[in-house]
Design a binder for this molecule. Structure first.
Ligand SMILES: Cc1ncc(COP(=O)(O)O)c(C=O)c1O
Length: 348
């Protein structure tokens, strides 16, 4: 009953097997191998255009270096107040980009366009003292399990474009959002004017594979140097490429995300049917948040369930009572229906 995070899961067999095959051959280092090149080409196919791709090891590196590539001296980056770049990356985006992350409020973990405009108005390009607007970043799927619709992405893009700012998407759970929206990678990104994507693989079955994708390769000119200086250019980069090869082959990545989402649906259904636990807010991806009596939470933990308790967000629809707890449950490619049912009976 592992619901703590999707990165608690192991790696998918197809990815492990591909790594095994890669491990017995020699190939050029530092991202110059035949395999690295082939996978770069694969990203062009997936996104239906020529993109510039850079492999890195962590989602934090992907976000931080993506934002570093659009650095403006004195720049500020607008992100949702609960965004991973603000709450969970120990200031790495600020450190690597030399810019400050400015929180913007919004319901369901999504930037509210009116709040965004109001925040941005405080950082015009002439604001030597406050700092100036340099980029906007959104998370898809969000940190609280919601998903920006394609039109909601467009609204944020339009605001960015009106101010001449690049839009970055933190796609640590890109595949989960894609499957939930039944959209193509192109439709969820550059067709909605997203400029740079942190493309996550680790949470969805890879061992350690993340990529920064630029939809306009001209924007990526400095990235080779930014990545090397940040110690993220792997000599054996082809092992990240090998993981992506297996991940993207025959739509494995979509299948794995579909499974994780289906397991979350099963959890949601079970929680909706429960007469003691309740869904904290509606979610659409592989994250489920529930409020349950503290006693039940303890009982589930004693039976071996792993999950994190969660801080109550400001826009919580129904407050958490003193004898209740708010917890996060994350499903993954490795979650089974039996795990879900065992959790549901542990809190019954
Ligand atoms: C929304 C989001 N972005 C980025 C990351 C990447 O984090 P890490 O640096 O741990 O790979 C995570 C992981 O928890 C995440 O949830």
């Amino acid at each position: 009953m592992f619901f703590a995070s999707d990165n608690w899961a192991g790696a998918h067999t197809a990815i492990n097997e591909r790594l095994m095959r890669e491990s017995i051959r020699f190939a050029a280092a530092y991202g110059t191998s035949d395999l690295d090149r082939a996978i770069e080409q694969r990203f062009n196919e997936i996104f239906e255009r020529e993109v510039a791709v850079f492999f890195v090891a962590t989602g934090t590196a992907a976000n931080s270096l993506a934002l570093a590539s659009v650095e403006r001296p004195g720049g500020v980056v607008f992100a949702h107040s609960e965004a991973h770049v603000i709450e969970d990356e120990c200031g790495a985006p600020d450190f690597f980009s030399g810019m400050r992350m400015i929180p913007v409020e919004g319901a369901e973990g999504k930037i509210n366009p009116l709040n965004l405009k109001a925040r941005m108005a405080r950082y015009p390009q002439t604001a030597v003292h406050h700092g100036r607007a340099a980029a906007i970043t959104i998370t898809q799927a969000t940190e609280v399990g919601s998903i920006y619709s394609l039109d909601e992405i467009q609204v944020v893009s339009d605001i960015a474009k009106a101010e001449g700012l690049p839009l970055h998407m933190d796609g640590a759970r890109f595949a989960n959002a894609l499957v939930a929206l039944d959209a193509t990678p192109a439709e969820m990104t550059w067709k909605r004017d997203v400029d740079i994507l942190s493309f996550g693989g680790t949470k969805n079955g890879c061992w350690c594979a993340e990529a920064i994708v630029f939809f306009d390769p001209a924007m990526a000119k400095e990235l080779p140097f930014i990545r090397k200086r940040a110690a993220q250019l792997f000599s054996k980069s082809r092992f990240i490429a090998a993981q992506f090869e297996a991940y993207l082959k025959d739509d494995l990545w979509l299948e794995l995300a579909g499974h994780a989402n289906a397991m979350a649906d099963r959890l949601r259904e079970g929680l909706r049917a429960s007469n003691t636990a309740r869904l904290a807010w509606p979610t659409q991806s592989n994250e489920v948040f529930t409020v349950l009596p503290k006693e039940m939470m303890k009982a589930a933990q004693e039976k071996g369930a792993k999950f994190y308790d969660w801080l109550e967000p400001r826009d919580m629809p129904e407050p958490v009572g003193d004898d209740e707890a708010l917890i996060r449950l994350v499903t993954s490619f490795a979650t089974t229906a039996e795990d879900v049912d065992a959790f549901l009976s542990a809190i019954a």
